[in-house]
Write a protein that binds this ligand. Sequence first.
Ligand SMILES: NC(=O)C1=CN([C@@H]2O[C@H](COP(=O)(O)OP(=O)(O)OC[C@H]3O[C@@H](n4cnc5c(N)ncnc54)[C@H](O)[C@@H]3O)[C@@H](O)[C@H]2O)C=CC1
Ligand SMILES: CC(=O)[C@](C)(O)C(=O)O
Ligand SMILES: [Mg+2]
Ligand SMILES: [Mg+2]
Length: 335
Amino acid sequence: MKSTSKIYTDKDSNLDVIKGKRIAVLGYGSQGRAWAQNLRDSGLNVVVGLEREGKSWELTKSDGITPLHTKDAVKDADIIIFLVPDMVQRTLWLESVQPYMKKGADLVFAHGFNIHYKLIEPPKDSDVYMIAPKGPGPTVREYYKAGGGVPALVAIHQDVSGTALQKALAIAKGIGATRAGVIPTTFKEETETDLFGEQVILVGGIMELMKAAFETLVEEGYQPEVAYFETINELKMLVDLVYEKGITGMLKAVSDTAKYGGMTVGKFVINEDVRKRMKEALQRIKSGKFAEEWVEEYGRGMPTVVNGLSQVQNSLEEKIGNQLKDLIQKGKPKS
Ligand SMILES: NC(=O)C1=CN([C@@H]2O[C@H](COP(=O)(O)OP(=O)(O)OC[C@H]3O[C@@H](n4cnc5c(N)ncnc54)[C@H](O)[C@@H]3O)[C@@H](O)[C@H]2O)C=CC1
Ligand SMILES: CC(=O)[C@](C)(O)C(=O)O
Ligand SMILES: [Mg+2]
Ligand SMILES: [Mg+2]
């Protein structure tokens, strides 16, 4: 184990290093919309670069930010931030950024995928760095507006100017991340851990665990509504406890019966075999096999993602969840 050498906060970062510099945020989706608005509200000079005048274009304007065609946005930009989907970045780079950008402009990422797997090979005279928020875009915006911030990782791939870290921390401050904390990492560590996290726990692991538990109860004849509350809806309340008070806090809030059952049966279900598979999943990420497979899937129009989404949408648990939605919302505290 090697712990972090430093956690950066507001006092380690200074917006002045990038004040007045022209920042082009490419893409206006989950992260792009949050970053552009947070950076603008932090007093920085932001434009948004988009390929087409469609939905994102209109949204940008209605949020009070100037949308430009990508090539016009990058033309005068000092800092170019890639916030389009990972699989779109290479083509965007080759067709609309590289030929038009100012020599030596900074290239900035929110995830290391394209640099780490060498889908983008940046020019030698650019600073290349990453600020990777550890949370979804809408949360990055929501926390910032409320005076807080979502924690992030920073990494430097190329530091030609000698000031890449200061600039990365200034952007982290501009999006609110230093109000929480920013941990230094490498493109390799961020990419591999981010992919691992979303595959085995945050997205893949939790989703399959919820589905498997729900279906087990329903197959055994229990009412789907009861199964939904038990295996899907209540998860948020327990995760919230972990978020606020740690695993210990969660354990203290549940009954002794749940503590005993959880401690013994948890290990029986999530056993050594599961850990072996987690290692296998990590191995596929480290070897580049996962990246290769994903690039190929994307090239075929993402059939697995499209079909998977429609299967989830049409599943019994989603139907039950939708039926119970009003009732669940009614019980939530109004804040
Ligand atoms: N979604 C998230 O919460 C997180 C995302 N990231 C990273 O942030 C980056 C952006 O991801 P998201 O915000 O999820 O992207 P997204 O999928 O929300 O981006 C959509 C936006 O990208 C643009 N776009 C989409 N397709 C395009 C195309 N074919 N050509 C040109 N522009 C196109 C449009 O402006 C659209 O609004 C990625 O590197 C991702 O790994 C990092 C942390 C969390
Ligand atoms: C939200 C986030 O951090 C993820 C799961 O890694 C992603 O959306 O790629
Ligand atoms: Mg992530
Ligand atoms: Mg991710």
